[in-house]
Design a protein around this ligand. Structure first.
Ligand code: ZN
Ligand code: ZN
Length: 154
């Protein structure tokens, strides 16, 4: 395992400072589903877990976590799939674009995919999580903190 991987007991992600303003709009590839997220996300992170990989068809997935009451689907209704017990993944039934992740582990949060936002450039990732499951051929050179699983959800 990468020597930079930090144990899961570390403090949670730092405070999101990059995006303290504005409304985030986004949606799926075909345009049938649109969402609106109000205000800044609680955190932004790259996930390297195998389930996200299967669900998205990509070696790494980048999420923005929001309080559930600040995210609304304003056009269309996503379909849902329980990818693990207590986990609901939402996607567009028309084009298949993954749209959201929700887990009983974080009942007050909804995780949106950063690159589904119309302007994803302001949503800068703060960390890598689930590094223990990283694809060995994927090398990302950045200075972000890396966690074997997750930082503490305090
Ligand atoms: Zn769609
Ligand atoms: Zn994941």
């Amino acid at each position: 395992m990468d020597a930079r991987v930090k144990p899961a007991q570390d403090a949670r992600f730092g405070v999101m400072r990059a995006m303290s303003q504005g409304i985030g709009n986004g949606g799926c590839l075909c345009g049938a589903i649109r969402f609106q997220a109000d205000g800044a996300p609680t955190w932004v992170a790259h996930c390297h877990c195998g389930t996200c990989r299967r669900a998205t068809g990509a070696p790494v997935t980048t999420y923005a976590g929001f309080p559930r009451d600040r995210v609304r689907f304003v056009k269309g209704t996503p379909r849902t799939f329980a990818s693990s017990p207590g986990v609901t993944r939402s996607f567009c039934g028309g084009c298949g674009t993954p749209l959201a992740y929700a887990s009983e582990r974080w009942p007050d949060e909804i995780h949106l995919f950063v690159v589904s936002f119309d302007d994803a450039t302001a949503l800068r990732p703060q960390a890598h999580v689930n590094m223990a499951e990283q694809m060995p051929w994927l090398t990302i050179h950045d200075d972000l903190p890396r966690y074997a699983t997750f930082p503490n959800s305090a």
